[in-house]
Design a protein. Structure first.
Lengths: 86, 378
C-alpha cells in the first residue's frame, strides 16, 4: 500500500468523525486531534475504522505516536511494511 | 406531549409509528417529535393496546397535550374522546415564528398615501411602524426600513434553535438553583494502570475509555451519598434509587447534550462502553429517545480532551448535581513522605444547596476518589 493510499484512508476516517472539517486543509505537522476537535471517543472510533481499512491494530501505548498527519502516515506505512515482510 | 427537558414548551408531532389496535409494550417507540434538540423518538411506558390516536402529525403541540390513548392489558376500550390541547399553556414556550403581519390596523395609523400603498404591497403592518415624518406621520422610507427588518427575521437554523434551548435551560438553572462548588484532586495511577492492562488484552473494538471508569465511579459514590442523585421538585429533594447518568456529549458544531445512560449502577464497564457506542452516534445524528432526554438523575461532563484542568458546570434542572472532570495531568504528588509524579485528575462537583450542603458534597468527592483507587471493583 502506498503512502498516498494510506493518506486517503486516513482522510476518509477523519471525514467520517468530523464531517464538517476538511482534512485536506491540514498541514502535515498540525496536531490532528486538536485541529479537528477529536475527543477520545472519536479517536477510538477513528482507529477502529482504520483497522478495518488497513488491518492495523494500534496498541494503546502507540496513541501518542499519531499526533500529526505525517506521524500517522509514517506509522501506518511502517506497520503495514512490517506485517507484509513477515 | 411529554416534556423532554426543563426547557421544552412544545414540539411538532412528526409521525406515528403505531395505529389504533396495535399492541405496544414498555419501551416501544410509538412516535417521532421534532424539538429544538432534534428529532426525538417517543417511547411508551406501559404495556397495552393503542386505543385512540388523538393528535395529527405536522402540528406543534404544547407539553401536556394528549396525543393518544393506550388501553392497559385487559382493560375495556375507553369511550372516544376528542383531541384536546394541554389544559394550561407551557411555562416557557419555545420562541415562535412571528405571526404574519396584517394590513388591517385599528386604529388607523397616520401615514402618507405612498407609505400606505408600499406597506400593502410589502405586507408591512403599519401599526408596528414608527413614523419619522412631521408629527409622527409614517413615510415610505419608514415602511421600507420596516420591510427590510422583517426580511432579516429568518426562521432559525437547527443549531440556533438548539443554542436557544440550551440558553433557556441554563439561564433558568442559574436563576433558580443556588449552586455550590467543590473540587478535589484524584491520583489516577491505579485506575489508568488497570485500564492500560485491560486494554492491552483487547482489540480496538473492545477497548474501554477512561470515561467509563469515571461514570461508574460516580454511580458508586452516589450509592454512598444518594442525596446527590435525584431531583429538586416542589421544594423538596426527590432521591432516586436508579442512577441514570446524563453523559455530556459534544455535538461538534452545535453545542452539547447530556442524554441519560440508564441504570449505570447495574451495568458493567463493558456494558457502559456499549451504551456509549450506541448513544454518541445517535445523539450526534439527532436520534435520541424521550427517556434519554428526561431520565438523567445527575450529569457527568468532561473537558479533559480539550486540556481543561477543571470545570464547574451549571446543573441541569431539576437535577441537583453535576460532576465535572478535567484533563489528567502528570504532576508532582506527595505520597508517604516523598514527592512523586502521578497522573492527577481534578474532579469537581456543582451541587444544589437546597438539596445538600457542602459536607455531603465533600463526602461524595471523597468516596468518588475511593472508588477510583479500586478500579477492579468498579
Amino acid at each position: 500500500m502506498t503512502d498516498a493510499e494510506i493518506k486517503n484512508a486516513i482522510f476518509e476516517g477523519l471525514r467520517k468523525i468530523a464531517p464538517e472539517s476538511d482534512p485536506n486543509a491540514l498541514s502535515l505537522d498540525a496536531d490532528v486531534r486538536k485541529t479537528l476537535d477529536i475527543d477520545s471517543y472519536d479517536f477510538l472510533n477513528f482507529l477502529i475504522g482504520l483497522n478495518e481499512k488497513l488491518g492495523v491494530e494500534v496498541p494503546e501505548e502507540d496513541y501518542g505516536k499519531l499526533r500529526t498527519m505525517k506521524d500517522m502516515v509514517d506509522y501506518f506505512s511502517a506497520r503495514i511494511s512490517q506485517s507484509s515482510a513477515k | 406531549m411529554p416534556s423532554l427537558g426543563a426547557d421544552m414548551g412544545a414540539a411538532i408531532l412528526m409521525h406515528w409509528r403505531v395505529k389504533p389496535g396495535d399492541k405496544v409494550k414498555r419501551g416501544d417507540i410509538i412516535a417521532d417529535v421534532e424539538t429544538d434538540k432534534g428529532l426525538i423518538e417517543i417511547e411508551v411506558f406501559e404495556n397495552g393496546v393503542v386505543d385512540q390516536i388523538l393528535a395529527e402529525p405536522g402540528k406543534k403541540l404544547p407539553v401536556g397535550t394528549v396525543l393518544a390513548v393506550i388501553r392497559g392489558e385487559g382493560q375495556a376500550a375507553a369511550p372516544a374522546i376528542m383531541p384536546r390541547p394541554a389544559a394550561a399553556p407551557p411555562p416557557k414556550p419555545a420562541p415562535e415564528a412571528k405571526p404574519p403581519v396584517r394590513v388591517a390596523p385599528t386604529p388607523r395609523p397616520r401615514a402618507s398615501p405612498l407609505a400606505r400603498k408600499t406597506a400593502q404591497d410589502l405586507g408591512v403592518d403599519l401599526t408596528a411602524v414608527k413614523g419619522t415624518g412631521a408629527g409622527g406621520v409614517i413615510e415610505q422610507t419608514d415602511v421600507l426600513q420596516a420591510a427590510a427588518m422583517m426580511k432579516e427575521e429568518k426562521p432559525l437554523a437547527p443549531s440556533e434553535k438548539f443554542r436557544r434551548a440550551i440558553a433557556a435551560v441554563m439561564s433558568r438553572s442559574n436563576r433558580e438553583i443556588p449552586h455550590y462548588y467543590l473540587a478535589t484532586e484524584i491520583d489516577m495511577r491505579r485506575a489508568l494502570d488497570w485500564l492500560t492492562a485491560k486494554n492491552a488484552q483487547r482489540s480496538l473494538k473492545d477497548r474501554l475509555l477512561a470515561a467509563v471508569l469515571l461514570i461508574k465511579a460516580v454511580a458508586g459514590a452516589l450509592h454512598d451519598v444518594p442525596e446527590l442523585n435525584g431531583y429538586w421538585i416542589d421544594d423538596q429533594l426527590q432521591k432516586k434509587d436508579a442512577v441514570h447518568v446524563g453523559f455530556a456529549i459534544a455535538l461538534r458544531q452545535c453545542g452539547l447534550i447530556a442524554p441519560a445512560i440508564h441504570d449505570v449502577h447495574l451495568k458493567t464497564l463493558d456494558e457502559l462502553m456499549v451504551a456509549i457506542h450506541d448513544l454518541v452516534p445517535r445523539a450526534r445524528a439527532g436520534r435520541l429517545r424521550s427517556s434519554e432526554l428526561t431520565d438523567a438523575t445527575i450529569t457527568v461532563t468532561s473537558l479533559g480532551d480539550l486540556g481543561v484542568k477543571s470545570l464547574f458546570g451549571v446543573i441541569y434542572p431539576p437535577q441537583v448535581a453535576l460532576v465535572g472532570f478535567g484533563k489528567i495531568v502528570n504532576q508532582p504528588w506527595a505520597e508517604a513522605g516523598a514527592v512523586v509524579v502521578r497522573p492527577i485528575l481534578t474532579a469537581t462537583l456543582s451541587a444544589d444547596h437546597r438539596a445538600t450542603d457542602g459536607l455531603r458534597g465533600a463526602q461524595f468527592l471523597e468516596t468518588l476518589n475511593d472508588h477510583l483507587q479500586t478500579p477492579e471493583k468498579l
